[in-house]
Design a protein around this ligand. Sequence first.
Ligand code: NCD
Length: 313
Amino acid sequence: MKRSVIDITDLTKEEIDALTNVAEDIISNPGKYAHICAGKKLATLFFEPSTRTRMSFEAAMYELGGNVLSMTDAATSSASKGESVSDTAKVISCYADIIAMRHSKEGAALVAANAASIPVINAGDGGHCHPTQTLADLLTIKREKGRLGDLTVGLCGDLKFGRTVHSLIQALSRYENIQIVLISPDELRLPDYVYNDVIIKNNMKCTQTSDLLWALPKLDVLYMTRVQKERFFNEEDYLRLKDSYILTPEKLARAKKDTIVMHPLPRVNEISVAIDDDPRACYFKQVLNGKYMRMALILKLLADNKAIDEVTV
Ligand code: NCD
């Protein structure tokens, strides 16, 4: 049966662990993977801006020996003529073996997956979720902290519209002894569908605050996020909230020596560039880890779809 990944829960915890093992094997033995996807095509359909996600998917496919068909701008595609997401997905299914898709509407990737005859990977749907960023985040936490359980994780900034936060909390809910600290202004708190359906339902330990300085010394992981300008209804609110949190070296001095600082990027103002050389800054490592996890995911979905042989490590 065709497998797509729309939500991080489309993958079991065991599958995510297997993907991290494959990603780590790719890091150690890239040559072993260099031709596995020869003759296969990934289509990247990006109806919303992206640098990292699209290019890391494309770099991932090239490093697997495959090819890429790229739609980088909805304005130059038939979407601008009124073509539906379902029709576009059916059309691309005639050209490619797998799709990575980003769209500004929540649920668009699911609509595409239901119409396509090839696997669809959600590369971000509106303010909803972003499962492959979570795969990058999990590999980063595992490599930097050596574990995915027994962690206090602070998520700071725009928790309302930040889709990477929603998917990460969902994933972390499956690991043991995770404490979540939600740090945001009142207006940008986590939506109820994540708070109630994930945090409360899974009995996760969770604190909510607007005070980053109070939270910092408690954290093993600090996950900063950008205020999502494009999802605001009015500019005035954005301008008022955009600089709610700016992490500076003086503030980071309150954190533990081994707290890691993460950010899905793009960064606007949330982390001072003076932190980039601090050994605790992991956001550029996340970028690289994202490419390896996307390689592992492409391999898995193509193998599950019988387009290539299964990869085992
Ligand atoms: C994130 C996204 O698109 O949700 N970026 C990314 O994919 N790394 C975060 C953001 O845009 O703020």
